[in-house]
Design a protein around this ligand. Structure first.
Ligand SMILES: Nc1ncnc2c1ncn2[C@@H]1O[C@H](COP(=O)(O)OP(=O)(O)O)[C@@H](O)[C@H]1O
Ligand SMILES: [Mg+2]
Length: 470
């Protein structure tokens, strides 16, 4: 996808793609200009044809409809009610790059609606995996600091959304009340005027410069101090395209035709034939993410031919036959972690892979090769591929691909969450886990047979390493 910029002022231009799949926030007391800033972000994304959904608690974003053909769910300008089929809605939004406004101004069960919608989006993106940004106004209402029993779908998005293409941008006037875990996920953001001590304290985890902390109390409406980007000074958010509600649009952005939007809206409100939502659960094949194969099945077959025992040395007649060559997958846990540095607001983000036997998988090259069996304590850092963390640079150090596999080809269940936490504590005492996800190592299982005797080999499909299992 081409890279386009989201411009908030002359000084601040952010990569749209990074915003759409990243984690960011805007914090400031009531009236500081958060919604205005979100409005500019939304307009810039809509102009670049980047899809997103705004969770709108006050009914402030319906102007996006006239200027950018957004679909409005709920509220007084609704295209469809809050009882819409959210899977269908988000599928249409993602596939056609249509902004969605979820207007909650008329409902008392704001949490219930948002959780339902976000659950649907999360499962949908588990199979679609396309870039999509969720913007949440008054996020402290939906991800409060108090712990609840239910898994919070917004926390899910914050922690496990990235690999599904889901980004998050949250707004709050009470940073002291929002889940610290979610706040700590934000790698960039904007701090507006704040005067309550508790709240000023709460943003210390985002930036620690004293100067900035005192400066936030002096900011004017529309002024923000950014963090997580090159520019560190206060700036004023530029004017919006769509000013107040119902004003005339000034730009003609790339957007879907009204006819198309109308037909989508029609299909959302019940009478149209039901499109079956795409979910991986319904298909027999499992969708997994696996390390990219560099060795093909043919390579493995060739290897098998070469390994056959011969009667009289290399030119003799084979006494073994190739019985089977099958592609299988071993589970690995991809764990991303933060390590503190001696500067308070700087940290390093590292990835490690754990095998299902609880071993660290060693990377012997930054990109492709790694030693699936290596384990040696005390040399942990060598076992990691690392990135210095910046918002746009948190890439996994090897290529992953989507694969469809039969359940029978997965060789074990993998590690549970508790076991992963234990191993990380053991290997990396100072690390904080920020995300874990399952990826699979593809390998070929080769069986050679001579009469009743079999020999089994494995060929690692990523680095070509072979083992004889006896
Ligand atoms: N950058 C700006 N330029 C012009 N007016 C602004 C700007 N930021 C905020 N405003 C105005 O200030 C008022 C409060 O802003 P708003 O975004 O609603 O604050 P918040 O969402 O933080 O409560 C609104 O009337 C808005 O139009
Ligand atoms: Mg607001």
């Amino acid at each position: 996808m081409e890279s386009t910029e989201v411009n908030l002022s002359n000084e601040i231009g952010l990569d749209a793609q990074t915003i759409v799949t990243g984690r960011g926030c805007v914090i400031g007391q009531s009236g500081s200009g958060k919604s205005f800033l979100i409005g500019v972000v939304a307009e810039e994304l809509a102009k670049s044809n980047m899809p997103f959904c705004v969770v709108d608690t006050e009914g402030e974003y319906s102007s996006l409809k006239s200027s950018f053909n957004a679909i409005i769910i709920g509220g007084s300008n609704k295209d469809a009610g809050l009882d819409v089929d959210y899977t269908k809605l988000f599928q249409a939004s993602i596939e056609n790059s249509i902004p969605v406004v979820l207007d909650l101004s008329d409902t008392s069960d704001k949490q219930g609606v948002v959780y339902d919608a976000m659950d649907a989006l999360f499962s949908l993106e588990s199979s679609l995996r396309r870039p999509y940004l969720v913007i949440i106004e008054e996020a402290d209402k939906f991800v409060p600091q108090v712990v609840s029993k239910r898994t919070n779908p917004i926390e899910e998005i914050a922690f496990r959304g990235r690999k599904r293409g889901l980004g998050l941008f949250i707004a709050t006037q009470r940073p002291a009340n929002i889940s610290k875990n979610v706040l700590a996920q934000c790698s960039y953001g904007f701090i507006g005027r704040l005067t309550i001590d508790n709240d000023v304290n709460a943003i210390r985890i985002l930036f620690s410069s004293r100067k900035a902390l005192t400066e936030v109390t002096t900011l004017k409406v529309g002024e923000f101090i950014p963090f997580g980007m090159d520019y560190h000074e206060r700036f004023k958010v530029k004017g919006r395209v769509t000013k107040a509600m119902g004003s005339t649009p000034l730009v003609s952005a790339p957007r879907q035709s009204s006819a198309k939007i109308n037909s989508i809206i029609k299909s959302l409100s019940g009478n149209a034939p039901q499109v079956k939502p795409i979910t991986s659960r319904e298909t027999r094949e499992l969708k997994i993410q696996s390390l990219q194969r560099l060795f093909s099945e043919d390579d493995a077959k060739e290897f098998a031919e070469r390994m056959k025992r011969k009667q009289f040395g290399v030119f003799g007649k084979s006494v073994e036959n190739v019985d089977t060559v099958s592609l299988q997958y071993a589970p690995l846990e991809l764990v991303s972690m933060r390590f503190p540095t001696n500067r308070r607001n700087e940290y390093l983000e590292y990835y490690a892979l754990l095998s299902e036997k609880g071993r660290l998988v060693k990377f012997t090259d930054r990109t492709k090769f790694f030693d699936y069996v290596a384990e040696k304590e005390g040399e942990q850092r060598n076992f990691l591929a690392y990135n210095i963390y910046t918002p746009s640079l948190s890439k996994v150090p090897f290529k992953l691909e989507d694969s469809s596999v039969a359940k029978a080809d997965l060789v074990s269940k993998g590690l549970g969450k508790k076991r992963i936490q234990k191993l990380v504590t053991k290997f990396f005492p100072s690390a904080v886990i920020i995300d874990t996800s399952r990826v699979y190592l593809p390998f070929y299982r080769i069986v050679l047979r001579a009469n009743n005797k079999i020999r089994v080999f494995t060929v690692n499909a990523v680095d070509g390493r072979t083992f004889e299992l006896s």
